[in-house]
Design a protein around this ligand. Structure first.
Ligand code: DGT
Ligand code: CA
Ligand code: CA
Ligand code: ZN
Length: 643
C-alpha cells in the first residue's frame, strides 16, 4: 500500500515510554509476517500474531505495564516477548534479532504483501519454487503461466494475482478525495483537541478539493514553548502506523485505518463501479490502506502565512510571490516582508501582520481566493479585477436528477429515496433508473418504467393536496447504444420527464477512437428526448480511464442547442469514484453556457450524501448557483424541461 512502512518504528525523542501501544502492536504483527516469510515454525509465528492483537487491544497504559513489570503477567505474553517489549518501550531499542530479520528480508517480498489476496505463505512458495523476488518477477511468472500449475494455486488464482498487481500499481501513489478527507478530518480534529494547539487547518490538495490526494498537510498554531509537548502528543495519537520524522516543528507520519473509531467501511457501491475498481480486492486494499500526513507547528502570528503556503497549489504560490514582488515585498511561508537580510522565521518579525488569509490577499491588493480555486486557472486575474465567481454552496441545492431505486440496481425504494431527499431539505428528486439493455444493473422494462412514472404522479398529487413542497421527477438513465441511439422507443421516452443518456458498454467504447465516440455522443444529443449527458467520460478514478472523447466539441455542440432553447445539460457525477465531468471542464461548460447538473447517482439513501463531493468539485470548477440545474425550484425545473 501507498507508503506502508516495513521498517521498525523510530523511538520518540523523550521516552520512556519510547513506543506507543500501536507501534508495538504493529511491530509484532510485522514480525509475525516476516517470520512466516522466512519459514519459521507456526507456533513462533502465532505467538507474535497473538501478542500483536493483545497489545493492540490493551485498555491499560503500555508504558505503565512495562515499568511495573506487569507486562509479564499478561496471558499470551511469554518471557521472550515480554523481555523484547520491555527493552523497546523502556530503552527505545528493538531486539537485535528483530532488526536483523527486517534487514535480511528482501524488499521485494514485502512489496508483494501489498497485492490483495497474496499472503506470506504464498509468497514463500513462489519464492522457493520459482525464485520470485519482486512484484515484477511475480507478474512475469504469472504471464508465463508458471504459477497456475503449482499446488494450491490454479488458473483462477493466477489471474487474481495479476489483477491484484494491477490494482496495487494504481493505488500506490494517491488516494481519492473522499478517502483523503476522511483521514484528514479525523486526524485534524484529534490535533485540534490537543492542549497547546490554538488553531489548526487542513492544507494542501485536500483543502483545495483535488479529486485525488497525494499526502495530507496540516498546519497548527502552537506557541514556541509548547512545540515539544504538542509534538510528542501528536506522536502518541491513535491511528499512527509509523513515524517518518519529527523535529524542527514538523511531524511526518503514516496513518492507517485504526484512526477510525467505528472501523472502516466503504458503504454500498454500485456494481459497475465496484467491478471497475477491483471488486472485493479493492475493499480489502482500502481497509489495509495508509496515507502520509505532515503536520507543521508554527507560532500563531505566522499561521495564516504558513497555511496559505502549504495550501498551494505550487502554481498559485508562484503567482502570489510574483504579486508580492511587484509590490517590492517578499512572500513565503513565514510572512510578507520587505526584502531583508534576515531569513526563515527570523524574517517574520518584519512581516506585515495577517491573522487570516484574507488579510494576506488584502495586503497585495487582491480579492480573497477560496482554496478550491487556487490552481492558477485564471483566479489571479479575476482576483486582481475583483471578479471572482460567487461559488455555489450546498445550501443552494434543491434536488438532483440522476438517482436509482430498487426498480433497477438501487438499494432503496422510491418511497425511501423521496423521504431521504425531503429530510435533506430538498424540494424535488429525479429518479433515473437503468434501461433494459443494462441487464447487469437490472435495467427496467418500459412497462415498469411507465408504471413507476404513474406512481410518482400519484405521490406528487398527494403532496400537492397536503401542501407539501416536494415533487418527484421521472427520468430514465438510458444506455447509449450503437449509433448514439437511446434504449427505449420514442413514445415511451415522450411520456416521462427527462432522459439521462450514459455510456455503459465501456469495452466497446474504449476500443473505438475519439472521433467515433464523439460522433455517437453528438447523435445521441440530437435526440429530442436527451436532456442530460451522464458521467461524460465513464472514468472511474483509480479504476479505469474513460473512453476517448473530445468533450470540448461535445460541450460546444450542447452550447449551440441551448442557444436554440433546447435544454441539454451535462452531468457532474458526484460519486467520489467518478467526479465526471472533470472540474477543469466544468469551467469550460460555464463559459459555454451549458447547464451543469450535479448528480449523486445514488444507489442508496447514503448515496445521496455524495452530493457534497459534487458541490466541492463544482466549486473547484468555478460554478455558481445560476450555472447548475440543482438550484432551480421544482416549478422552474418543470419549465426548463419543457414538454
Ligand atoms: P498532493 O499532496 O500531491 O496531492 O498535492 P499538494 O498540493 O498537497 O502538494 P504537497 O503536499 O507536495 O505540498 C503542499 C503545498 O505546499 C503545495 O500545494 C504548495 C506548497 N509547496 C510545496 N513545495 C513547494 C515548492 O517547491 N514551491 C512552492 N511554491 N510551493 C510548494
Ligand atoms: Ca499534500
Ligand atoms: Ca505534503
Ligand atoms: Zn450510469
Amino acid at each position: 500500500m501507498a507508503g506502508a512502512s516495513w521498517t521498525l518504528p523510530k523511538p520518540r525523542m523523550n521516552g520512556p515510554p519510547f513506543f506507543s501501544r500501536n507501534q508495538v502492536s504493529n511491530a509484532l504483527h510485522q514480525m509475525a509476517v516476516l517470520l512466516e516469510l522466512s519459514g519459521a515454525n507456526m507456533f513462533r509465528t502465532r505467538s507474535y500474531q497473538n501478542g500483536s492483537r493483545l497489545i493492540g487491544s490493551l485498555s491499560q497504559d503500555l508504558g505503565e505495564l512495562v515499568a511495573s513489570g506487569e507486562i509479564f503477567d499478561l496471558k499470551g505474553i511469554g518471557k521472550g516477548l515480554g523481555t523484547a517489549i520491555t527493552q523497546a518501550v523502556a530503552e527505545g531499542e528493538w531486539p537485535t534479532d528483530w532488526v536483523e530479520l527486517h534487514e535480511n528480508t528482501p524488499a521485494g517480498l514485502i512489496e508483494m504483501l501489498g497485492i490483495p489476496g497474496v499472503g506470506p505463505k504464498k509468497i514463500k512458495m513462489l519464492h522457493d519454487e520459482l525464485g520470485v523476488l519482486s512484484v515484477a518477477d511475480l507478474q512475469e511468472v504469472c504471464v508465463k503461466n508458471e504459477v497456475a500449475p503449482m499446488k494450491g494455486f490454479g488458473a483462477k488464482s493466477q489471474q487474481k494475482i495479476l489483477d491484484g498487481i494491477d490494482l496495487l500499481a494504481r493505488f500506490s501513489a494517491r488516494r481519492r478525495l473522499d478517502i483523503g478527507l476522511r483521514y484528514g478530518q479525523t486526524f485534524l480534529s484529534m490535533i485540534m483537541d490537543l492542549d497547546g494547539v490554538e488553531r489548526a487547518e487542513l492544507a494542501g490538495s485536500a483543502r483545495r478539493r483535488k479529486e485525488t490526494i497525494g499526502d495530507l498537510d496540516i498546519v497548527a498554531a502552537v506557541q514556541p514553548e509548547d512545540v515539544e509537548k504538542v509534538t510528542s502528543e501528536i506522536l502518541s495519537l491513535k491511528g499512527i502506523a509509523d513515524v517518518k520524522g519529527a523535529g524542527d516543528s514538523k511531524v511526518s507520519v503514516i496513518l492507517d485505518t485504526s484512526i477510525f473509531d467505528g472501523g472502516f467501511s466503504l458503504g454500498h457501491l454500485d456494481a459497475n463501479v465496484l467491478d471497475a475498481i477491483g471488486g472485493e480486492s479493492y475493499e480489502q486494499l482500502e481497509s489495509g490502506g495508509t496515507i502520509d500526513a505532515q503536520v507543521r507547528l508554527v507560532p500563531p502570528h505566522v499561521f495564516a502565512y504558513t497555511l496559505a503556503y502549504f495550501t498551494g497549489s505550487k502554481e498559485h504560490n508562484i503567482r502570489m510571490r510574483q504579486a508580492a514582488q511587484d509590490k517590492g515585498l517578499k512572500l513565503n511561508e513565514f510572512g510578507l516582508m520587505p526584502e531583508t537580510e534576515l531569513t526563515g522565521i527570523e524574517a517574520a518579525a518584519t512581516s506585515l501582520p495577517a491573522s487570516t488569509e484574507s488579510e494576506i490577499y488584502q495586503h497585495l491588493g487582491l480579492q480573497f481566493v477560496t482554496p478550491e480555486l487556487r490552481e492558477d486557472m485564471g483566479e489571479m486575474e479575476a482576483s486582481a479585477t475583483n471578479s471572482l465567481p460567487d461559488l455555489i454552496t450546498l445550501s443552494n441545492i434543491k434536488g438532483a436528477l440522476h438517482n436509482h431505486t430498487t426498480l433497477s440496481d438501487g438499494e432503496a425504494s422510491l418511497e425511501q429515496m423521496a423521504d431521504a431527499a425531503q429530510r435533506m431539505g430538498w424540494n424535488w428528486l429525479g429518479i433515473a433508473d437503468h434501461s433494459p439493455t443494462l441487464t447487469v444493473a437490472h435495467g427496467a422494462s418500459a412497462e415498469d418504467l411507465l408504471s413507476q412514472h404513474a406512481t410518482m404522479q400519484q405521490y406528487n398529487q398527494n403532496w400537492k393536496d397536503e401542501g407539501v413542497d416536494f415533487r418527484l421527477f421521472s427520468g430514465v438513465e438510458s444506455d447509449i447504444l450503437e449509433d448514439g441511439k437511446l434504449d427505449h422507443p420514442d413514445d415511451v421516452l415522450a411520456q416521462i420527464d427527462y432522459v439521462v443518456a450514459s455510456v455503459h458498454a465501456m469495452g466497446r467504447w474504449r476500443s473505438r477512437d475519439e472521433s467515433q465516440n464523439t460522433e455517437d455522443l453528438l447523435k445521441c444529443l440530437d435526440h429530442p428526448a436527451t436532456t442530460v449527458l451522464g458521467h461524460p467520460t465513464g472514468r472511474i478514478l483509480q479504476g479505469r480511464d474513460g473512453y476517448e472523447v473530445d468533450l470540448h466539441t461535445v460541450l460546444e455542440y450542447m452550447s449551440e442547442a441551448n442557444k436554440d432553447g433546447t435544454l441539454k445539460a451535462v452531468e457532474l457525477n458526484a460519486s467520489p469514484y467518478r467526479l465526471d465531468l472533470d472540474w477543469r471542464l466544468c469551467k469550460r461548460a460555464k463559459e459555454l453556457d451549458v447547464p451543469v447538473v450535479i448528480n449523486p447517482d445514488a444507489h442508496s439513501i447514503q448515496g445521496l450524501g455524495d452530493i457534497d463531493y459534487g458541490v466541492m468539485v463544482a466549486r473547484k470548477g468555478w460554478l455558481e448557483k445560476a450555472d447548475v440545474l440543482n438550484s432551480l425550484s421544482a416549478d422552474e425545473l418543470v419549465s426548463r424541461l419543457g414538454d
